[in-house]
Design a protein around this ligand. Structure first.
Ligand SMILES: C[S@@+](CC[C@H](N)C(=O)[O-])C[C@H]1O[C@@H](n2cnc3c(N)ncnc32)[C@H](O)[C@@H]1O
Length: 249
């Protein structure tokens, strides 16, 4: 997968994309991430990227020209007509659709993504209207820039690419993948202070372990995020378990 990120602060991406799983994915050529400085697409002495908002008001607005130009420079594979674009051009914005595991999965199917990070009061509306094909928010709060949001999106997408996690770790049981939160995990030591590990996990009985984990995932989801259960794919005995768990103890 090719990922291009347009930003005013390229240096912010150095550390997150050069550690651990991410660096390994880059080294193994499973993903390539190119960071582009929007200021490189300005043509004045001061490399101006922002200006005052028409109509007045606080803050500055990112100008359209450098952003259109930066995307044009990536042109290979990008159709000039918005409706024909195969490569998603994603604006990070608190006004976008709320990012989720499902959206990460959807984006992981593309071979190329372009992400645009806003800053200041935001971006000239014509970028949204005539350039971007998708708008994503990572939550109902306002960040000072789109860089951290882009990192969140890229991280969630890249770990879903085939081969990135390796066979030892599967994303299939992860929280929000099956519609449930994941079951509790334990590792050695078997006894830490006075706290042990559930017996079933030491039994070596894989069927019982799988059943325990599924039940834990269901009860944990009911306890913490009950609204998720409405969309989870539960069989009849699991629905009955939910009803039993809902009864006052
Ligand atoms: C201070 S914010 C601008 C917010 C804008 N004035 C508004 O109210 O919609 C600056 C930039 O941070 C990024 N940003 C802020 N919050 C975000 C969020 N929740 N998700 C994704 N990007 C966000 C966007 O790129 C945005 O252009």
């Amino acid at each position: 997968m090719q990922i291009d990120i347009l930003t005013l602060f390229p240096q912010m991406f150095q550390s997150p994309f050069s550690t651990g799983l991410f660096q390994r994915a880059i080294d193994r050529k499973l993903v390539r991430v190119d960071i582009h400085d929007i200021r490189d697409c300005t043509h004045d002495k001061h490399r101006t990227v922002d200006d005052y908002p028409y109509g007045g008001g606080a803050g500055m607005v990112l100008k359209p020209e450098p952003i259109f130009e930066a995307v044009k420079a990536l042109e290979s594979g990008l159709s000039p007509k918005q409706e024909e674009r195969r490569v998603p051009i994603i604006l990070l914005t608190p006004q976008g659709r709320l990012f989720s595991q499902q959206i990460a999965l959807e984006l992981s199917k593309h071979s190329h993504l372009v992400l645009i990070c806003g800053h200041y009061e935001g971006i000239d509306e014509r970028v949204r209207e005539h350039l971007v094909t998708d708008e994503i928010s990572i939550g109902d709060y306002v960040l000072s820039g789109g860089e951290l949001a882009a990192m969140v999106v890229v991280d969630a997408v890249v770990r879903l690419l085939p081969g990135v996690l390796g066979s030892e770790a599967s994303p299939l049981d992860d929280s929000h993948t099956t519609g449930l939160l994941e079951y509790p995990q334990y590792t050695r030591p078997q006894a830490y202070r006075d706290w042990g590990v559930p017996e079933v996990l030491l039994s070596g009985n894989h069927a019982q372990i799988a059943e325990w984990r599924r039940q834990q995932a269901i009860s944990r989801t009911l306890e913490r995020r009950p609204e998720l259960l409405d969309k989870a794919n539960l069989c009849l005995p699991e629905k009955q378990l939910v009803e039993r768990l809902k009864q006052p103890q």
